[in-house]
Design a protein around this ligand. Structure first.
Ligand SMILES: *[C@@H]1O[C@H](CO)[C@@H](O)[C@H](O)[C@H]1NC(C)=O
Ligand SMILES: *[C@@H]1O[C@H](CO)[C@@H](O)[C@H](O)[C@H]1NC(C)=O
Ligand SMILES: *[C@@H]1O[C@H](CO)[C@@H](O)[C@H](O)[C@H]1NC(C)=O
Ligand SMILES: *[C@@H]1O[C@H](CO)[C@@H](O)[C@H](O)[C@H]1NC(C)=O
Ligand SMILES: *[C@@H]1O[C@H](CO)[C@@H](O)[C@H](O)[C@H]1NC(C)=O
Length: 758
């Protein structure tokens, strides 16, 4: 990542550094470790695994605090140890691994704000609710139970299979749960081990969401229907979660300084025990592999039939930036809706540029105001142009519109800085990294965010005109914006950094300017100085697209309770679309050129067709273990992921190319031909499916054998082989794309093909 890109998340990094210092000043070199135990190796002398775990821990430290013992997500525990103690614990019998925990971040874009609900696709899906027995578990910042999005009016009894509950704590009693919000728990020991006791005046030590993100994601996935939902009048309409018939269980694992994996694993552990059907996880670490804590916990969830959807991350547009790439996780990128919040930047030379804004307040007098570049109104050569706190000179800003650059602080905070210095408005241009992507912010000052092209022209004007002036006009909400969707610039991209032969992300869903429920604890900008309180907020990120897919999975699960997590993902992927109604390919907002499967995976989710996909690509835990064997994972890694339940068969040949995934990625590494196999299961009626392949370039030839698959009955399986013949001499970093589609005339079962040369 380049420094200027990092600047957009500078907030977080400052917090991390600060944390690091605190940690040292506590005078301890202890850290939190996740310890994986080989449960089958437990000596007979112990009655219970927790006694054995405790005894193993005591053998290296008398005083070490046992933070959690896990029984579902992993076999093992979390504890505080010095590095020496960790090393010595590693040598104890039955200990498979001792790894430091990781710190994860929420996947909202670039600013610390969030919220939204969306009625896109409403009416297309068969009526399944309310009162479906499907439960969506959301691992996040908790929940604001008073939100109308968690009203249980019209919902039937709590599903009989539900074993969860509501944990009381600060500003939260168990009676706040109801037939909609049926679970609410919090996991704080890992956080407190690092930060000390929660300051309950600032943060609720309970499932209550003081942040907004968790309320937003939970209501997006499965919020109840709310009429007249809007943010300060923007996006007014009926809000409803995608799987609004389903029930919600909130697992609060994220706190003021982040989400620690000892707490996340505890949340997954409990969610499995509680019997959730879907887990929605809109967060990740810096780089996540198949053996990171969330991937391991997700494996256990998948084995229990729980669909796990995760955000792909907001590190686009950089290649190989996609996170949460384990093949048993559904990895969700973000696209736009057909709705926008235009705000004009008008210059003294008469030119007008359309930006975006969620500012609601007094408009400017209808005249042009003096306009100044922040870098020319500042006491600080480096930070001034970013309108960093304390850098603007009030005398040079007062009564003016100020142009600030993105980066180093949150967009909404820049508005606050301009306002504090006496400025009347702000124009904020995009950088090269977000191009023409317009993400809306709930500014506390009249402001508009403009695309990079307009920004460059406006900057040139303010720097060269002898007497620059400007005005800003907020235009409200417009719908039916075309083209839509377009791939979000921030949405993390493939190729898959760990296994380039498995395509990630899997698909995209709405993640830009999404309206959903919000916490009552902070205003829509998330700033401390923001005293506004709103029931709904509009925020962006793959954090927002992930719960759309979680909600869709809940819908599919209620229609097809027997479908495995892989079957649900397959249905969503093979029916996704990647062209507009006119047949032209979906665009990437960054380049305004066609997006590729490295950006959108199989395409944008299409709820109406996903219900009836025709064929599915199914996968079981044994297939995933075969995949890990193909990756040459050693026995201890396989034991960690499978909790000791599986091993590779030395007599068998394993290949990543045979993992029954609904998409195809081929990494060209010397050879001219690559052979993949797949098996499809019929979930429709009898039918004869014929294949159609497309390849964008002559450098790739795709052949499928057999070319016709005949199905007589439901659940019948048929296999086919694909041979990719490529020009292996193409330069490295070349890509080529295509598709493999099966159709019986009624269903189209489409898989994307992505070829990359290394
Ligand atoms: C939102 O829409 C509803 C229904 O059309 C209307 O009654 C209400 O006044 C609107 N609210 C705002 C703030 O525009
Ligand atoms: C304004 O800032 C620009 C860019 O930082 C600089 O080139 C220019 O000289 C400044 N103008 C004045 C009048 O200070
Ligand atoms: C500019 O601001 C930054 C951030 O507040 C600060 O670290 C730096 O010392 C300032 N530089 C000058 C020259 O004032
Ligand atoms: C298994 O692989 C991991 C990661 O490469 C390594 O740390 C570990 O030592 C290996 N274990 C064994 C028993 O070879
Ligand atoms: C190419 O990649 C495949 C699949 O990962 C691997 O089996 C093969 O050994 C690689 N070949 C070369 C020449 O690196």
């Amino acid at each position: 990542m380049s420094p200027s890109f990092l600047s957009s998340t500078a907030f977080f990094f400052i917090v991390i550094l600060y944390l690091g210092l605190c940690h040292v000043s506590h005078g301890t070199q202890q850290a939190t470790y996740i310890v994986h135990m080989g449960k089958s190796q437990m000596p007979l002398s112990f009655d219970h695994h927790s006694l054995w775990y405790d005894s193993s821990l005591r053998s290296v430290s008398e005083s070490a605090e046992m933070l959690y013992t896990y029984k579902n997500a992993i076999h093992g525990f979390a504890t505080r140890l010095t590095p020496q103690e960790a090393n010595s614990l590693m040598t104890r019998p039955g200990v498979i691994s001792v790894q430091p925990e990781q710190r994860y971040e929420l996947h909202t874009t670039r600013t610390p704000l969030f919220l939204g609900l969306d009625v896109h696709n409403s009416g297309l899906f068969p009526e399944t609710g309310p009162s479906s027995n499907v439960v969506v578990g959301v691992l996040d910042t908790g929940v604001w139970p008073e939100s109308k999005s968690f009203s249980d009016a019209g919902y039937g009894p709590i599903p009989p299979t539900w074993k969860g509950g509501c944990d009381p704590g600060t500003r939260f009693t168990a009676s706040l749960c109801n037939r909609k919000l049926i679970g609410a728990r919090f996991f704080v020991r890992g956080y407190e081990a690092i930060n000390g006791p929660v300051d309950e005046s600032k943060e609720s030590k309970s499932p209550r969401d003081d942040e907004g993100h968790g309320t937003h994601t939970a209501s997006t996935a499965a919020g109840s229907i709310v009429e007249g939902a809007n943010l300060l009048g923007f996006a007014n309409g009926t809000a409803r979660g995608i799987g609004y018939g389903a029930r919600v269980a909130a697992y609060k694992v994220c706190w003021r300084t982040g989400c620690f994996t000892s707490d996340i694993l505890a949340g997954i552990d409990k969610a499995i025990e509680d019997n959730v059907n879907v887990l929605s996880i809109s967060l990740s670490g810096r780089r996540t592999g198949y053996t990171d804590d969330v991937a391991i916990g997700a494996f256990a969830a998948m084995e229990k039939g729980i669909f796990v959807s995760c955000s792909a991350g907001n590190n686009g547009p950089f290649p190989s930036s996609v996170a949460n790439v384990a093949p048993w996780i559904t990895t969700v990128g973000a696209g736009t809706l057909d709705r926008d919040f235009p705000a004009l930047a008008i210059l003294g030379n008469g030119k007008k540029y359309t930006g975006v804004s969620l500012f609601r307040g007094d408009a400017l007098p209808p005249k042009m105001l003096p306009f100044v570049y922040a870098g020319n109104a500042s006491n600080n050569a480096t930070y001034g142009k970013y309108c960093f706190p304390g850098t603007l000179i009030p005398d040079k800003v007062k009564g003016k519109i100020v142009m600030c650059e993105k980066g180093r602080s949150a967009n909404v905070e820049k508005g606050e800085v301009v306002k504090a210095a006496g400025g009347l408005g702000m124009i904020l241009p995009n950088t090269a990294f977000d191009g023409e992507e317009l993400l809306a912010d709930a500014f506390m000052l009249l402001a508009t965010t403009v695309g990079k092209k307009a920004g460059d022209i406006i900057r040139h004007y303010t720097l060269t005109d002898p007497n620059p002036t400007a005005s800003i006009v907020i235009q409200g909400t417009v719908v039916n914006v075309q083209p839509s969707p377009v791939l979000a610039a921030f949405s993390s991209r493939g190729p898959n950094p760990i296994t380039p032969n498995i395509l990630k992300p899997d698909l995209i869903a709405p993640g830009v300017n999404i309206l959903a429920a919000w916490t009552g604890a902070v205003g829509p900008s998330g700033l401390d100085s923001d005293t506004r309180r709103v029931e709904f907020n509009i925020i962006s990120g793959t954090s927002m697209s992930c719960p759309h897919v979680s909600g869709l999975a809940a819908l599919l699960k209620s229609v097809h309770p027997e479908w495995s997590p892989a079957a649900i993902r397959s249905a969503l992927m093979t029916t996704a679309y990647n062209t507009y109604k006119d047949g032209k390919p979906i665009l990437d907002v960054l380049t305004l050129k066609p997006s590729t499967p490295f950006g959108h995976g199989a395409g944008h989710v299409s709820p109406a067709t996903a219900v009836s996909p025709g064929l599915i690509y199914d996968l079981t835990r044994v297939d995933y273990i075969g995949f890990l064997c193909a990756m040459n994972y050693n026995s201890s890694l396989i034991k960690i992921i499978s909790r000791g339940n599986y091993a590779c068969d030395a007599s068998k040949t394993y290949s990543v190319a045979d993992l029954n995934y609904p998409s195809f990625a081929v990494n060209v590494n010397g050879s001219d031909t690559y052979k993949y196999t797949r098996t499809v299961t019929n979930v429709g009626g009898a039918g004869s499916y014929s294949v159609k392949v497309t390849s964008e370039t002559t450098a790739v030839k795709i052949s499928v054998e057999p070319a016709v698959l005949n199905f007589e009955e439901v659940n019948e399986k048929k296999s086919y082989a694909v041979t990719f013949t490529v020009d292996s001499s193409k330069p490295s970093e070349s890509n080529s794309f295509g598709s493999i589609e099966w159709s019986d005339g009624k269903h189209v079962v489409a898989s994307p093909v992505a070829i990359s040369w290394t």
